[in-house]
Design a binder for this molecule. Structure first.
Ligand SMILES: Cc1cc2nc3c(=O)[nH]c(=O)nc-3n(C[C@H](O)[C@H](O)[C@H](O)COP(=O)(O)OP(=O)(O)OC[C@H]3O[C@@H](n4cnc5c(N)ncnc54)[C@H](O)[C@@H]3O)c2cc1C
Length: 367
């Protein structure tokens, strides 16, 4: 049988990882991306837990990633004044799954883009609709048919909206800011450290190497819009390096955190992967990992059978339970962070490492 004609909508983490994984199996795909070639990847840094790094290794980009990324061996949880609540040796906990890393989004995108050779990605090309007959409509009005269309087009996926319908992602009651700071003159920033305040406030620092640190701050909010005034005043009572890092956070990226409720990711000839399929809280930093794992599993399913329908059915079965686990663990973690402060601190001091291990245990197995 001839190779299926495959369209990947979106050249983000999941779309590019899928394009590479398919190329490895002799299945080249068309990739379209609505943004221009030289636009920067949105966002700042990414923490890549060991299962994400393993999935990147499996598509042959592990060495390039490891060269650019910084290793994360430990995670520390402190209160907002800097007092220790818990610390985990993540390298030991993940064991043979491999190292955890931190990288900028721009660098991760660049490695993935290079891996699929720029020529296969068509930029400035948006998909506006995937009809019930599977026909794809582009923003310039052109239409085309494929054997398989994969929506890798993120949280506001046009493929999901127009072909699958279902609920729009719901606001999770938290808003966040992200930026990369220069920490060459700020001592004591290592690995991954989250400082927890009241009202669900978190200030996270993740060492990126080369004098750069990824800063992420979030807070509970009744509204998905940015609060009035300078956001940095919300974290003014945080101690340690936070005040000096905040001085560099004026241009931080703002986002409202959302979760999607759709659990059907395949229809005949159409599939969703990454954030288009499942968006959830970044509490476990598993969004990128699940996106890359989706790509690997979908390519694997398509590589083992020439029957696209059978491959899609296998993909849905292999991914459903694992993603549902991550969503449920995010819910538990988000609930724990909103406990009264003394109870949250007591729980983390007593059971933090046990909880961390339990959250991640099923993710040690291959997807
Ligand atoms: C605040 C925050 C922090 C996070 N931190 C982490 C972390 O530390 N570690 C981690 O692993 N994950 C993290 N995540 C999750 C992670 O960022 C996402 O899960 C991941 O980026 C999803 O990748 P994706 O390729 O599916 O979607 P995206 O990265 O959104 O890519 C979608 C692509 O599709 C393109 N596109 C959209 N619509 C169309 C269209 N109609 N036609 C053509 N192209 C289109 C977009 O321009 C984009 O390039 C975080 C998420 C948030 C919100």
């Amino acid at each position: 049988m001839s190779r299926p004609r495959i369209l990947i909508v979106g050249a983000g983490i999941s779309g590019l990882a899928l394009a590479k994984a398919l190329l490895d199996r002799g299945l080249p795909a068309d990739v379209v991306e609505r943004r221009s070639h030289d636009s920067q990847a949105l966002g700042a840094g990414l923490y890549l837990p060991a299962n994400a790094v393993r999935a990147l290794r499996s598509i042959g980009v592990g060495d390039e990633i490891a060269e650019l990324a910084a290793p994360v061996g430990r995670q520390r949880l402190l209160d907002h004044r800097g007092r220790r609540l818990a610390a985990f040796d993540v390298a030991r906990i993940w064991g043979e799954v491999g190292p955890c890393l931190a990288i900028t989004r721009g660098e991760l995108h660049q490695v993935l883009r290079n891996a699929v050779y720029d020529a296969t990605v068509r930029h400035d090309t948006a998909v506006t609709e995937v009809g019930q007959d599977g026909k794809v409509t582009f923003a310039d009005g052109a239409t085309r048919a494929y054997d398989l269309v994969v929506g890798a087009d993120g949280i506001n996926s046009a493929v999901r909206r127009t072909h699958f319908g279902g609920p729009e992602p719901r606001f999770l009651g938290q808003v966040c800011w992200r930026f990369i700071a220069d920490d060459t003159t700020i001592p004591g920033i290592t690995d991954w450290t989250a400082r927890l305040g009241d009202r669900g406030r978190t200030f996270l620092t993740v060492q990126l190497g080369d004098g750069r640190v990824y800063c992420y701050a979030d807070v509970n909010s009744a509204s998905p819009t940015a609060p009035e005034g300078d956001w940095r005043t919300l974290f003014a009572d945080f101690a340690g390096p936070v005040p000096r890092l905040l001085e560099q956070g004026e241009q931080a990226h703002f986002a409202a955190l959302r979760e999607s409720g759709n659990t059907v990711w395949t229809r005949p000839g159409v599939a969703l992967i990454g954030d288009a399929a499942h968006t959830f809280s970044p509490s476990m930093a598993q969004g990128g990992a699940m996106a890359i794992e989706d790509a690997v599993v979908l390519a694997d399913s398509l590589g083992t059978t020439a029957d696209v329908s059978a491959a899609l059915a296998a993909f849905q079965i292999r991914r459903g339970e694992r993603v549902a686990w991550v969503v449920s663990q995010n819910h538990r973690r988000d609930k724990a962070r909103n406990l009264p402060t003394f109870l949250r601190d007591f729980t983390l001091r007593r059971a933090g490492e046990r909880m961390f291990k339990a959250n991640h245990a099923p993710l040690h197995t291959l997807p």
